[in-house]
Design a binder for this molecule. Sequence first.
Ligand code: PEP
Ligand code: MG
Length: 878
Amino acid sequence: NKYVYDFEEGNATMKDLLGSKGANLSQMVQNGMPVPPGFIVTTKACVEFLEGESFLVDKIWPDIQKAILRMEAKTGKKWGSGPTPLLVSVRSGAPVSMPGMMDSVLNLGLNRDTLEYMAEASQNRRFALDSYRRLIQMFGEVVAGLSPDLFEKVLDEAKKKNNLLYDYQIPAQILEEIVAAYLHIYESHTHSSFPYDPWKQLKMALAAVFKSWNNPRAITYRNLHSIPHNLGTAVSIVSMVFGNLNEQCGTGVCFTRNPSDGSADLYGEFLINAQGEDVVAGVRTPIPISELRYMMADMFNQLVDITGSLERFYKDMQDVEFTIENRKLYILQTRSGKRSAEAAVRIAHDMVQENLIGKSEALTRVTPREAELLLHKQIGSQVDVPLVAEGLPASPGACSGMIVFSPEAAVQWNDEGKNVILVRPETSPDDIHGLAVAEGVVTSRGGMTSHAAVVARGMGKPCVSGCEELFIDVDEKVLYGESLILKEGDIITVDGSNGRVYAGEAPLVDAKITKELSVFLQWADEAASLEVWANADTPEDARRAREFGAKGIGLCRTEHMFMAQDRLPVMEHMIMAPDKESRLKDLELLKEMQKNDFADIFREMSGCPVIIRLLDPPLHEFLPKENVIRQQLFEMQREKESPAQKKKILEMEAVLKKIEMLKEINPMMGFRGCRLGILHPEIYEAQIRAIFEAALLVLGERKAVFPEIMIPLVGLSEEMEIFREMVDRIAEEYYKSTGIIVDYKVGSMIEVPHSVLVADKIAKVADFFSFGTNDLTQAVFAYSRDDAESKFLRAYLQKGILQENPFHTLDREGVGEMMRLCVKKARETRQNMSLGICGEHGGNPESIAFCHIIGLNYVSCSPFRIPVARLAAAQAAL
Ligand code: PEP
Ligand code: MG
């Protein structure tokens, strides 16, 4: 039952008991570094104290008294008396870092009498009074719970009255008055005198710092960061050293590497003749640490030595606090330093090169979140523009631009050289040209798999979706935020990494793939068992995917090819075709167009597998919107009817009729995917032919091509059998006519629960499976992927009914269990079956970890998420 440890008794492994600050101080003492003498009261003491054993402080008091006596011996100073009084700080320090959340009290041990000794010993009465002033204020706030304003008001008035700007300019005689006023504040508000006895001060401070573990701020912080509430804080009691005695003193903070770009220089700042809080308070501008070399070369060299050896010991970049007292260096704290995403990669990379850490360790030093930030523009550290709204962080990165409310305006303004952000209630395939030219997208409806979100992620553009509090009036071209109204042309900044939309332009910083990042990701590939493939619909996507390290294309959605401006009319014509003959003509045209698209993608991905999925969405999505036609029709009918117009009107009426015919109550569960291919085999056949002809074309250029044809929305083995037969038959035809073998595969998406349950049967006729977890999640939960997020999912998350958005993070217990079952059944039939995932979860780190666990071969995600996925795949395997 040991509650009190001298620094000499601890080490870095004892963080749970001594807190991380205490454990590191102990370790530094073990390593022979200049740390002011001190001791630690353990987290266990804190926990027991807070559990109602408030007598604990009394119980361990004799141990604390003995520790203070040992401190006297080590420092040669006297607790509570002269000639050189011992002062101590009482600092909180939890096992995990909770910066600034709990309390500390400095300068304990000062009173009317020791103050005089301090003044005498330091030859600096102003210093002694200032220390006493700080003690009364901190003690008043932390121990007695007094408002800081009470003290600040006195200080401000004193400065005003004497025409002084800064605290450090206040002379001793005025400090004398301030101290008196402070003591009065303390006494009048607590109805007791400020404790004179240093032991009493210490005891009260210790109890207060223990209690600060449960202040509301700390509780909130722990909730936010999932830190258990039962850890407790340790308390370090350290003899005070002073950086503010004279010009031979100073204090500062330094990092062993540059925390913003990761370069290996000592980086930091300090102040001469100052206390720690002055550096942070920003009252005086600190001096770069490199200047210390010229001001106190001996101190600088010692600091370089010590920080270097700390970094080698901890094998990580350290953030070190130091104080120089009368030209003697003390280290007050060391911890691993916070760093930017770019610095995290550079440091991990460099430390491997320096043989400080191994590659596996390096791979754990960068979070997937950081890897994600690396590829996108980000908002600089200072955001001083007002927040307009908050929605879902649908596609990471930040951008600024002028608001436009229609894709047409987006295109037009973009042509005029303006940066635009498309703001819509929601987007649809009709808006694609607007999305293509916009810097980013904001929608008031729709979730993480909404059209806007998926397309924006695919394009690597920032997107905030589902900003429910925005009212977007497209007709009036006005956007109503909670407290702001914006109109077309106004500038906004979108941060798709945290879901925020700001009014005005916030400064952005650029992202780049550095040499270090590419080496680092190479290590990730070596460590991972999952491969990372890409969802890519265009040759440009494919090129980018390859650049980012994709090993194949896991999903090429062919419908996007039909949605291009020049193809929609042909597609529309094909759907409207009165007979099979004219439909086949249109399909022949479309086939030629697709063939060229496929050929370009095969060229980009030469040597890698390319999975092409046959047409998936219901046909009505390719027809104009009903209300648009009705509007046009209405206007045409008002005008005088020419024969040409009559014909046009008839055509439009036919389209309306077709739309009526194709209309479904529940299109997501309707006539789409392979169901379409079964009733209109000519559509799928045309696509399959385009794939084979493209493959033959590129094979003719002596490039390796591995086409894999994927059938969407399969639920029955009987369906798959039809397509297996269809593809094999067409392949045979091409083989017969060319004599060239195309190395192709035929596989199925798994996105319908029934397909999971009969996976063993489907596997008999499928070479591979790819989990379409967007649809699978929709079907397993019966949550509409288009509506659920904006309608009820948010409430479910707030109420804690769901822990995570299942369209974002794979739901392991339901959807994941389905996948696990499918893997088992598939491999029972076909032992080495290639299994992957191409739903949006394929780029989400937690979901990737699950894919690793159930033994998939690859994950496929949009090109911009590839680096994140590569890192996540490696971390899953470590
Ligand atoms: C899926 O359903 O997960 C999938 C990849 O297909 P889509 O999103 O195109 O429906
Ligand atoms: Mg799907």
